[in-house]
Design a protein. Structure first.
Length: 337
């Protein structure tokens, strides 16, 4: 709902447009079934309250066609800015292009889109974060003095989703030299669609063929928690040093609790709350204050977008009590310090 006070066409105050009412920012979430994205939405809503923006949350339920329709509806309703966490990196290109045609600025969060104009992409360097998670898992396997080769299961996310593709790349950057050197054997490398129930089913199917497994790494916590339940249901031991070692990704509450109990050796902590918060803050400041990504902002290689990275760390028993500080406290948005 574009509500600008127009004087001589467009009013500028200290380089920014003057708004008669709060700008409306539409936030498109891939799925609110996943606690990670619930946290992202919470951050977006918190920023809306902080900055005085009207934030409207859309849940695509992991359906790219539904998300495209939601974006079209929001454009027709006249929203002022869009923050999108796309279900699929390619399928949502038309959504971004439609927003571009309507003159609505687009900000991608957590995942980027492979086309259309985005002001910036706010999220994790998934490749580097996945490398950190994989390297930490290897460190724990070495500390456990497991016999080589280490037998590892990899659970992948939704095919085509940028986060899934990039995390797979990060895992394999670490594992490939060890595979080539005979130190790792990949027992299975399968998709479980970022879903806990599918993680349980896929892991159960793997365990029906072999229980000779040293470790499982997953591209999100929902899948690793499903795998954890499958392993426990099979009567197998989990945890360091002599159980199956499990590494997740996202540091959702259930996963952090499992790190505390020793059922997971770790989970990669992104900052979904900060991603959602910064997404809405950037959109608001773009509209109201004329904010732009600061000079020198890096390009995100997989998509070519201007990239504003959010904090990341691997949560283990050594630092688990610090996770809230890492993931829930928004630092200044770059360019606003």
């Amino acid at each position: 709902m574009k509500r600008l006070i127009a004087v001589l066409g467009t009013v500028l105050l200290l380089g920014a447009l003057v708004w008669a009412e709060a700008p409306t920012i539409a936030v498109f979430i891939s799925t609110l079934k996943n606690p990670y994205f619930v946290t992202l939405a919470d951050g977006a809503k918190a920023a809306g309250e902080e900055f005085g923006a009207e934030v409207v949350i859309y849940d695509a339920q992991d359906d790219a066609a539904l998300q495209l329709s939601q974006v079209e509806d929001a454009i027709a309703a006249g929203v002022d800015a869009i923050c999108i966490n796309p279900v699929h990196t390619e399928a949502l290109i038309p959504a971004v292009e439609k927003a571009n045609e309507a003159g609505i600025p687009v900000f991608s969060v957590d995942r980027d889109v492979l086309g259309g104009e985005r002001v910036c992409y706010i999220g994790t360097s998934n490749v580097l974060a996945a490398e950190q998670g994989a390297a930490t898992l290897i460190r724990y396997l070495a500390l456990a003095k497991r016999e080589l080769p280490w037998r590892i299961v990899i659970l992948e996310g939704i095919p085509g989703a940028s986060a899934a593709v990039e995390r797979e790349e990060g895992f394999k950057n670490v594992f490939k030299p060890l595979i080539d050197g005979g130190a790792i054997e990949v027992v299975a490398d399968l998709t479980a669609y970022f879903d806990r129930a599918k993680g349980y089913q896929v892991m159960s199917d793997i365990l029906a063929t072999t229980t000779d497994i040293d470790a499982v790494i997953a591209a999100n916590d929902e899948m690793i928690l499903g795998a954890l339940e499958a392993i426990k249901a099979a009567g197998l031991k989990v945890g360091f040093p002599d159980g199956i070692l499990l590494m997740g990704f996202d540091a959702i509450d259930d996963a952090v609790a499992a790190v505390k109990t020793g059922e997971l050796v770790g989970t990669v902590a992104q900052a979904p709350y900060i991603q959602g918060y910064w997404g809405v803050e950037a959109a608001y400041r773009y509209l109201v204050e004329g904010w732009r990504p600061p000079e020198g902002t890096a390009i995100y290689p997989p998509t070519g977008a201007l990239f504003i990275p959010t904090p990341v760390a691997v949560v283990t028993a050594e630092n688990v009590d610090q996770v809230a500080q890492i993931t829930r406290t928004p630092p200044p948005l770059p360019g606003t310090e």
